[in-house]
Design a protein around this ligand. Structure first.
Ligand code: UGA
Length: 428
């Protein structure tokens, strides 16, 4: 099928590449001309495993192209996906101006039946507003609006998209169901058809529930620390119950990224507007904010004074396998260390360029082990698996004092303690 995707960010680009991979003809639209040119030349603006190969292969096969022209894309495609940013606003609500802008622009180009699919994460009832907007700017437009939320995780986006647990399709009219099924049949996943509002809610409710699992396990980790229990054994024991599941029960410094913090705030906000005060999610946010502070408290308790202390930081991305530093807890911790007068040397396998803009006071080093040089303490802040086999013994020798704070429970406490580190992690 001929498909258009408006917005070539994380979701749009990965979705476009995967749709092309299963045989659809896809036009990706972006208003950033420089980005479009660089994508046409095969340069991917983000680090996402497997994406570059997929884009190059499908561009070469003629199934994937990039343009700045919404008009051309709307003319050529029966289904138009909106995958533009929905950034947070200071009051916790979501800025829907990009979605609204695309709806208006698409509207004026519609000449025959088109399906407009919202893939961006939006508050419930946005689809209804998109439909109203299109009708207002083009009263004769023959359209259906669909909500088709995306569940991909950064760092494993291609795999998540190619092998989804489920596809959610929220429709306003039955006419859109068959074309949507045709698009997704090659992905061999259950297709769940709902009404528009339910589909939008599924996305916010799912992300909020995952964040709730993380805050729950972080709260239990605090009880583990106070009682001498081990959070990993507790999480394993809980997670073995199929009704609970082990995933997203990894204690750490809290969740970050461009999705959870924003989506939880937005869900609280829209719930309030609809007359429900979502205290449970407010607590999830509070626990999450507290988690970084609890971690910093441990660092301060050991080092006493942070001023002029040399601190080595491993990991800046909001999680492993990505170069994304948006709302990264690691960045927030480094900012606080610097604000308190510490000298920070940092390393991240992929995120240093983006991180440097946010933490200009930190010195980026070329190799992970270089953060240990002359350090009073090391902080591991992102769950990159490549940090596990670092030459810890040699690193310890380079340090002034062997303090190691593992904010992601990535390393084995016994092994690190056997090497002579004073090793502190979360709930163990
Ligand atoms: C999340 C969801 O997992 C996706 O399903 C969703 O599509 C996406 O948001 C989105 O709305 O677009 P993502 O933000 O890429 O995906 O990252 P996650 O893997 O969910 O991790 C989020 C944060 O939680 C990270 O900071 C991670 O380190 C943290 N985390 C995750 C934990 O602290 N503990 C865990 O057990 C799991």
């Amino acid at each position: 099928m001929n498909l258009a995707i408006v917005g070539s960010g994380y979701v749009g680009l990965v979705t476009g590449a995967c749709f092309a991979e299963v045989g659809h003809t896809v036009i990706c639209v972006d208003n950033d001309l420089k980005k479009v040119h660089s994508l046409q030349d095969g340069h991917i603006p983000i680090y996402e495993p497997g994406l570059e190969e997929l884009v190059k292969k499908n561009v070469a096969a003629g199934r994937l192209s990039f343009t700045t022209s919404i008009g051309d894309a709307v003319e050529a495609s029966k289904v138009i996906f909106i995958a533009v940013p929905t950034p947070p606003q200071p009051d916790g609500s979501v800025d829907l101006s990009f979605v609204e802008g695309v709806a208006r622009e698409v509207a004026v180009h519609i000449k025959e039946y088109r399906i407009i699919v919202d893939k961006s994460t939006v508050p419930v009832k946005t689809g209804e507003k998109v439909a109203q907007t299109i009708s207002r700017y083009n009263p004769s437009a023959d359209i259906d609006v669909v909500s088709n939320p995306e569940f991909l995780r950064e760092g494993s986006a291609v795999e998540d998209l190619m092998k989804p647990d489920r596809i959610v399709v929220g429709v306003s009219s039955d006419r859109a169901i068959e074309p949507m099924k045709e698009i997704y049949t090659p992905f061999n996943a259950p297709i769940m058809v709902t009404d528009l509002n339910s589909a939008e809610l599924i996305k916010h409710a799912a992300n909020s529930f995952l964040a709730l699992k993380i805050s729950y396990i972080n709260a239990v980790a605090a009880i583990c620390e106070a009682s001498g229990a081990n959070i990993e054994r507790v999480a394993d024991g809980m997670g073995a119950d199929k009704r609970i599941g082990r995933a997203f029960l990894n204690a750490g410094i809290g969740y970050g990224g461009s999705c959870f913090p924003k989506d939880i705030s937005a869900f609280i906000r829209i719930s309030r507007e609809l007359g429900y005060q979502f205290h449970l999610l407010e607590e999830v946010e509070r626990i999450n904010a507290d988690q970084a502070q609890r971690f910093l408290k441990k660092v301060r308790e050991s080092l006493w004074v942070l001023r002029h202390k040399k601190i080595g930081v491993l990991g800046l991305a909001f999680k492993g396998n990505t170069d994304d530093v948006r709302s990264s807890v690691a960045i927030a911790i480094v900012q606080q260390l610097i604000a308190e007068g510490a000298e920070v040397k940092a390393y991240d396998p992929k995120a240093m360029d983006k991180a440097q803009l946010l933490i200009p006071g930190a010195k980026m080093v070329e190799k992970a082990e270089d953060v240990a040089e002359g350090a009073d303490a090391l902080l591991l802040l992102t769950e990159w698996t490549e940090f596990k086999p670092l030459p810890w013994q040699a690193m310890k020798k380079k340090m002034l004092s062997p303090l190691l704070f593992d904010g992601r429970n990535l390393l084995n406490p016994e092994e690190l303690r056997a090497l002579g580190f004073t090793y502190t992690s979360i709930g163990r």
